[in-house]
Design a protein around this ligand. Structure first.
Ligand SMILES: [Zn+2]
Ligand SMILES: [Zn+2]
Length: 320
């Protein structure tokens, strides 16, 4: 499924006065095309079925799977679905073939992007999602000659993080931490989660990477990134450990629920036989903050300005 710009051979006539025309190969200005179809791997029972779907249908389904508020103003929801459509389309193009070994492009879970096409029949926002995909048809965020590796999350807590801080590696120049202030200032939520020490210990012992043994005395954050997200955390326990903040959240959320330790931006202290986590935001905190984007839409900010805010330095282009 190649979609790179084709090199156009353009025959240019030689300047007047020259009898024989000269042939020159000229690289056409970037006129990349989007693929018409992508292959989505959908788990059905014990096997993964490969669904070949039109890209724009995928964009509709994934935008409504990743953003489906319980209520809201139709116009605001549709504008947010437009933002989500551009981000979802860009993500899909940047990650074509991510599951090439399995014979498809993207999976249908949050590992890639949620893809629940049934929502296009059942959701009250289905018509808005179709309209949003149509309104933004072919629009993607472009960086350095390719679709940008965009990411999003539910709520940054007030500041996004550098991808390099959260996951290591070289990072991307447009995945940098920004203060999500201005119209987004009051869009962010704080959370609190308290669990018995036993429950936390059992959760940690369920994963070999965070196994602490028969006693857990304390959890201490050793290092944070510029936003405040925990990067390194000490587990004072029978088996002393230092673990990454992301891993700690992943392990606790898997055992205790996604809405428990909602982000790595937290403080933790001991209660009476418990651990008390108090934090901000929901999700990894890199790239577009849905809560902030929604607040910006309500304040009248247009789609290009919103995307520029969360992905600085990318270009919004329309593919053929
Ligand atoms: Zn995947
Ligand atoms: Zn935010």
């Amino acid at each position: 499924m190649k979609w790179w710009p084709s090199v156009l051979l353009v025959l240019l006539a030689a300047a007047s006065g020259c009898s024989a025309p000269a042939a020159r190969a000229v690289l056409a200005p970037p006129a990349p095309r989007a693929p018409r179809f992508i292959r989505v791997g959908v788990v059905e029972g014990k096997r993964t079925a490969i669904h070949t779907v039109r890209l724009e249908e995928y964009v509709q389904a994934t935008s409504i799977s990743e953003f489906a508020p319980a209520s809201g103003d139709l116009d605001v929801v549709e504008r947010m679905l437009e933002v989500q459509a551009v981000v979802g389309r860009t993500y899909a193009l940047a990650h074509l073939g991510r599951h090439a070994r399995g014979g498809f492009d993207l999976c249908a879970t949050t590992h890639c992007q949620l893809y629940e096409p049934a929502r296009l029949r059942t959701s009250r926002w289905a018509a808005a999602a179709a309209e949003a995909a149509q309104q933004t048809s072919g629009s993607v965020l472009w960086f350095d000659g390719a679709a940008a590796s965009v990411l999003f999350h539910a709520d940054c807590g007030g500041h996004t993080s550098n991808s390099a801080d959260v996951w290591g590696g070289p990072g991307r120049p447009y995945l940098v931490g920004i203060a999500d202030d201005g119209p987004a200032e009051s869009a962010h939520a704080a959370w609190r989660f308290e669990a018995t020490r036993d429950a936390v210990m059992r959760a940690l012992n369920a994963d070999p990477r965070t196994r602490v043994g028969a006693r857990l005395d304390g959890i201490k954050i050793l290092e944070r990134d510029a936003a405040g997200r925990a990067l390194r955390v000490a587990l004072h326990a029978q088996q002393e450990r230092i673990v990454g903040g992301g891993l700690l959240r992943e392990v606790l959320a898997r055992a205790l629920g996604a809405r428990t330790v909602r982000s790595t931006w937290f403080d933790v202290r001991r209660g009476r036989g418990t651990f008390v986590f108090e934090g901000r935001g929901f999700g990894h905190g890199v790239g577009l903050c849905q809560a902030g984007a929604l607040a910006r839409i309500r304040a009248g900010t247009r789609l290009p300005a919103i995307l520029q805010r969360y992905f600085p330095g990318t270009r919004l282009i329309t593919l053929g």
